[in-house]
Design a protein around this ligand. Structure first.
Ligand SMILES: Cc1cc2nc3c(=O)[nH]c(=O)nc-3n(C[C@H](O)[C@H](O)[C@H](O)COP(=O)(O)OP(=O)(O)OC[C@H]3O[C@@H](n4cnc5c(N)ncnc54)[C@H](O)[C@@H]3O)c2cc1C
Length: 407
């Protein structure tokens, strides 16, 4: 039911209000609507504008957890994620991702000769054998078919998506339920929240549950709602981007190093001009936090020269992206094993930890509401409001391409 109480504030009654239009909020919005809950999502910047547009888009199936020795019962949930995402992409899953862009059907893992025995030992595990397969030379991605490549190469059952195309595929059918807001105007009072939209109207939402899925923004929302818990942690990364108009290869691969984290993780994307952009993370980005931009770019150049010495980069441009991962706080600021969700009366606070885990996070939220018997409105009507915008990729918008220039 919607009505206008006075000239300034439009009252809207919903079952669930989600705050945050990243992958977690949009996946949950679609699932809650599907389950029959009248749900509105509030976004303060643009859809996908938080961590999601920085994600490499790999739908992990547990390899990363296995690499770090954390293949526990809870992270076993990750094993189903590639098939769930793939089913959505193929049009027979829980949500419709047929319009999203699949960048690669698989992610790869390679080792250099010096680490061959280590990788063999690792893959001797039964669990990993089920999720990966060693490739012979002619099945390798073109760039690794070079005569000088001597390491081992595995195919992991981990699709890679264009993250912003996923955001569009999820949001476009739901745009009428998404309100662009000014985050500073959010004022909670009991189970009501007033907020100013980006076009200046004032709305007062009455809800049964509010779900914070605002990534880093959860910290400020918790304060605004006077909630002391859950606590949030930020784990910084410094990612490296490289583009070269002569680059022809798209790589989606982790290079296994001496530590449990991948030494280097490369995914490939296209910028607005159609150039291939290599996006580099892994240990390089973890250690990059302690480096200056130019030191980090030099380290990336050295890694590529060591790992893919036959790669010719004639006109490469380099950039650095600083981004924090926002997660529930863990002792020692270690990575949580899985997604996290905490309830405090009418407020649910959630972080997916990995975009791959958004489906299982949404399952959990729907189950919480069902268990609690949150009622489902029969009146689905909403006022018409301004349509939310979509974020762009950082390499098209917020990057200075010569930030890592060596002076
Ligand atoms: C460099 C990097 C690479 C990654 N690669 C991968 C990967 O390959 N695979 C993988 O599974 N995961 C990956 N991740 C993790 C993944 O990006 C995150 O787990 C996921 O994107 C978090 O999504 P989210 O929706 O919770 O948060 P976000 O994407 O941060 O979205 C939160 C949204 O809330 C909005 N917001 C904030 N405050 C407010 C407010 N007060 N009111 C309204 N809106 C608000 C923000 O504008 C934003 O749009 C990566 C992360 C990083 C940093």
């Amino acid at each position: 039911m919607t009505d206008t109480e006075d000239q300034d504030t439009i009252n809207v009654s919903v079952d669930v209000l989600i705050i945050g239009g990243g992958i977690a909020g949009l996946w949950a919005l679609a699932r809650l609507q599907q389950a029959g809950y009248k749900t509105v999502l509030l976004e303060s910047k643009a859809l996908g504008a938080g961590q999601t547009r920085y994600a490499q888009g790999i739908i992990h199936g547990g390899t990363k957890y296995a690499l770090t020795g954390k293949l526990t019962a809870s992270s076993e949930a990750v094993a189903d994620m590639p098939s769930r995402w793939r089913a959505c992409y193929e049009g027979n899953g829980e949500l419709d991702l047929t319009r999203a862009e699949l960048l690669s059907d698989a992610h790869y893992l390679w080792s250099t000769t010096s680490l061959t025995s280590r990788i063999s030992g690792f893959f001797a595990s039964k669990v990993m054998r089920a999720r990966s397969s060693e490739l012979d030379k002619k099945s390798l991605p073109a760039i690794f078919q070079n005569k000088d490549f001597k390491g081992q190469f595995y195919r992991l059952d981990e699709p890679v998506f264009n993250t912003l195309s996923v955001i569009r595929a999820l949001a476009e059918p739901q745009l009428k339920s998404i309100l662009p807001v000014n985050s500073l105007s959010i004022k909670p009072e009991g189970q009501r929240l007033t907020v100013a939209s980006q076009s200046g109207e004032s709305y007062c939402f009455t809800y049964s549950k509010v779900i914070f899925m605002a990534g880093q923004g959860n910290e400020e929302l918790l304060q605004r709602f006077h909630l002391a818990e859950p606590l949030m942690q930020r784990r910084p990364l410094k990612m490296v981007v490289m583009r070269d108009k002569n680059l022809n290869d798209m790589i989606y691969a982790h290079c296994l190093g001496a530590s449990v984290n991948p030494r280097l993780t490369i995914t490939s994307h296209r910028d607005k001009q159609g150039n291939i952009v290599w996006y580099m993370g892994g240990q390089l980005a973890e250690e990059g936090v302690a480096k200056s931009d130019s030191e980090l770019v030099q380290a990336a150049q050295k890694e590529l020269a060591n790992l893919i010495p036959w790669l010719e980069l004639k006109d490469a441009e380099w950039g650095v992206l600083d981004i924090d991962r926002a997660e529930i706080r863990k002792q020692g600021t270690t990575r949580p094993d899985s997604f996290s969700v905490a309830q405090n009366q009418h407020v649910i606070t959630a972080w997916p930890t990995k975009m791959a885990l958004s489906p299982v996070l949404a399952d959990t939220v729907v189950a919480m509401l069902e268990d609690e018997g949150v009622t489902k409105s029969t009146d689905a009507s909403l006022p018409e409001w301004q349509v939310a915008e979509f974020a762009g990729f950082p390499w098209d918008e917020s990057i200075c391409w010569d930030r890592g220039k060596i002076s």
